[in-house]
Design a protein around this ligand. Structure first.
Ligand SMILES: Cc1cc2nc3c(=O)[nH]c(=O)nc-3n(C[C@H](O)[C@H](O)[C@H](O)COP(=O)(O)O)c2cc1C
Ligand SMILES: Nc1ncnc2c1ncn2[C@@H]1O[C@H](COP(=O)(O)OP(=O)(O)OP(=O)(O)O)[C@@H](O)[C@H]1O
Length: 317
């Protein structure tokens, strides 16, 4: 799959580009609803012998338009590189990432269709029932035939629901913020994971009998709520079960500011993971983080956390 970044205004004309079926949306999380939209576009592109394209935007419109969220503060279920890998795995030929800024946001629905669908040679558009485009999202799948003037086919995908409610990035973000990681797999159609690298920590873990791999994420992931989780950690070579703490270690630090740390204690592992690229998968929440009055209490609690996580993995099989 090729990834192409486009900045407004681009200079392409329809004749410069290969014809494409385009799936449109932001697609944070590439959840099961997004997968339905993208798979349908791939299927249609194959049937017509044209390119299967996903058109997305970056950064998130909220980071550009909302006064309370800056681009630096923006956190994603799947930051761009992760989103790209998931979209690639769905069989897409090209991912077009349109740089989202105030100029792009202020395009009229007609200008969006002209410059980003027709000029980029979309022959068909696939999007969900609630996709919107153009200034203030005024363009919808209902207005698309009018703006496209007969130059496009379109297919609207019905709402994909789970437990009677729309599967959406917003719903998934709320569950992550609540730490409800066990509820995510049916919505994502995969486990909830992040990619990072093992960095060195304060080296205290080994002295208390629970060495931990500190996970550094160069991509802006939305982390699950502060607390302790049953997790698996994968390297290129192996997969381990363990327990993770997302937090500020209040037993040792009185100030809780900045990003929390993510550290993982692995079962049945002794060795060095420093510098390793890893995937952390969040399976179940165990508890919140506690300010213990001493190291002994903390050790007893982590020991219990390990037993809780092992029981979870045994039951899960
Ligand atoms: C499973 C697990 C649970 C933890 N729970 C807490 C906690 O409730 N409160 C706390 O202050 N620190 C908690 N920690 C963090 C430990 O304090 C930390 O691992 C230790 O201080 C080592 O830190 P270092 O790797 O930065 O040296 C937990 C760590 C793990 C692995
Ligand atoms: N549950 C769903 N069923 C069908 N289509 C969906 C569903 N969720 C999103 N889509 C479609 O997928 C594309 C990407 O949607 P978008 O990125 O806005 O996701 P979202 O999950 O609705 O996010 P948000 O919660 O931020 O509104 C759009 O075309 C949208 O209409």
């Amino acid at each position: 799959m090729e990834t192409e970044f486009l900045y407004h205004p681009h200079n392409y004309n329809r004749t410069d580009r290969a014809p494409a079926v385009m799936a449109l949306g932001y697609f944070d999380g590439v959840h099961i609803g997004h997968q339905t939209v993208i798979r349908r576009a791939v299927e249609k592109a194959e049937a017509q012998g044209v390119e299967a394209v996903v058109m997305t935007f970056h950064p998130h419109p909220k980071a550009v338009l909302s006064p309370d969220v800056s681009e630096e503060d923006m956190r994603y279920i799947t930051p761009l590189a992760h989103k790209e890998a998931l979209i690639h795995a769905l069989g897409v030929d090209r991912l077009i990432v349109i740089s989202f800024d105030r100029t792009l946001a202020s395009l009229t629905p007609q200008a969006f269709v002209d410059h980003y669908l027709l000029d980029l040679h979309a022959v068909e558009v696939v999007a969900g029932f609630d996709f919107s485009y153009g200034h203030k999202g005024r363009g919808t799948m209902e207005t698309l035939p009018f703006h496209a003037r007969g130059m496009l086919f379109q297919e609207t995908i019905d709402q994909f629901s789970y437990d009677g409610e729309k599967v959406s990035s917003t719903r998934i973000r709320e569950l992550i913020r609540d730490g409800a990681v066990g509820e995510l797999p049916p919505l994502l159609n995969r486990d909830f994971s992040l990619y990072g690298e093992v960095a060195s920590g304060e080296q205290r873990g080994r002295t208390i009998g629970f060495p931990t791999a500190n996970i550094y994420c160069s991509q802006p992931y939305l982390l699950p709520a502060i607390g302790v989780y049953a997790v698996t950690l994968e390297t290129d070579e192996a997969r381990y079960q363990g327990v993770a703490n997302v937090g500020y270690k209040p037993t040792f630090h009185s100030i809780q500011e900045g990003d929390p740390t993510v550290e993982v204690h692995l079962f049945d592992f002794s060795g060095d993971l420093y510098g390793c690229a890893v995937k952390v998968t969040w399976h179940d929440r165990i508890r919140g983080e506690i300010a213990f009055s001493g190291v002994e209490e903390l050790k007893m609690q982590i020991d219990e956390d390990c037993r809780t996580a092992k029981a979870y993995f045994n039951e899960k099989g």
